[in-house]
Design a binder for this molecule. Structure first.
Ligand code: NAD
Length: 299
């Protein structure tokens, strides 16, 4: 029964998601601080709002897809933000990847304004955003999840209820920590094999039918030429950038510190991706760790 959707944050992910809502005939109003992102959506059929307050007054559901903690806090709880302008009872869906405590803080404030808030971060990347095949990890009340589901189904192929508010973020961040560690381990093993004189394709064949197999070795191998359609075979272009991975690992470090949780490999992964960026790999896919481990003349 939601017909008027407001969408805030039309970047690499949000731009595609907003277009998919238009394709499903939702009436869409959009807002971004970047004018060319707004023009792009206007040409696709969306209305543009002048500011957050304007978009909030009209919509009966709002979706946001912003870079990180501070942007999300500003948009929702800032002066003239969503919470102060939105109509009673509307559903707020934040799909940005942020600290679970940020989602929980906004949900509390939202309740005081008689608004409903859920966190709904995604995995799948830019291509999945474009194809409408994202996975959504949702944190929030059962009723709010059920209301959001039909809308999220226009954007993704798996919509998972992970628990109360914040648990979508928790699931997303735990997964990405494991992804980073798996990728670094895969790159180390393949680099060592290569230094020993072992053919990478043969090693991949062995690993992927043995106990070392993981997503990074099997479906996203960091060694160029093993799989045709992954970033490592396209000069590490596209995919999931080292900067975004470092950002997520920074969030992971901070929630681990706050909960006094030991994440020795997760912490190391954060440092490794920070170093990779400093070495000039900031525009590359995160599988570029394989190149980072090599001597310069081997790259
Ligand atoms: P992006 O930087 O491309 O887009 C963010 C957009 O937000 C930009 O268009 C920016 O202008 C806009 N913005 C920033 N501040 C704003 C404000 N105050 N008001 C309005 N608009 C504002 O980022 P992205 O790649 O689309 O990622 C968005 C979120 O999704 C991040 O949290 C990211 O970690 C997560 N994510 C990204 C990927 C990916 O592969 N890109 C995959 C999964 C999750």
């Amino acid at each position: 029964y939601y017909s008027k959707i407001g969408f805030i944050g039309l970047g690499n992910m949000g731009g595609h998601m907003a277009k998919n809502l238009l394709k499903k005939n939702y009436k869409l109003t959009v807002y971004d601080i970047n004018n060319s992102a707004m023009t792009n959506l206007m040409e696709a059929g969306a209305s543009c709002a002048l500011n957050v307050a304007e978009i909030s007054k009209e919509a009966d559901v709002i979706i946001s897809m912003l870079p990180s903690n501070q942007h999300v806090l500003d948009i929702y709880t800032g002066k003239n933000g969503v919470l102060s302008a939105a109509q009673k009872d509307i559903l707020l869906i934040d799909s940005s990847t942020v600290d679970p405590s940020v989602s929980q803080f906004i949900a509390l404030q939202a309740r005081e304004h008689n608004l409903r808030f859920i966190d709904s971060p995604v995995s799948g990347g830019v291509n999945a955003a474009k194809d409408g095949t994202l996975t959504f990890m949702v944190g929030g009340k059962e009723m709010d999840f059920n209301d959001a589901k039909p809308i999220l189904e226009a954007l993704g192929s798996r919509i998972v209820h992970c628990g109360d508010v914040g648990m979508g973020q928790a699931a997303k961040l735990c997964n990405n920590m494991l992804l980073a560690i798996g990728m670094i381990g895969t790159a180390e093993a393949f680099n060592l094999g290569q230094r020993l004189g072992l053919d990478a394709k043969i090693l991949a064949n062995v690993v992927n039918s043995s106990t070392g197999r993981c997503w990074s070795s099997d479906l996203y191998n960091p060694v160029p030429g093993i799989l045709p359609n992954v970033p490592s075979s396209k000069n590490y272009e596209g995919g999931f950038g080292t900067t975004l991975m470092a950002k997520d690992l920074g969030l992971i470090q901070s929630i681990a510190t706050r909960t006094q949780t030991a994440i020795p490999l997760g912490s190391l992964a954060h440092q490794i991706y920070t170093a990779i960026i400093a070495q000039g790999f900031s525009n590359k896919d995160f599988s570029v760790i394989y190149q980072f481990l090599k001597d310069e003349d081997e790259r």
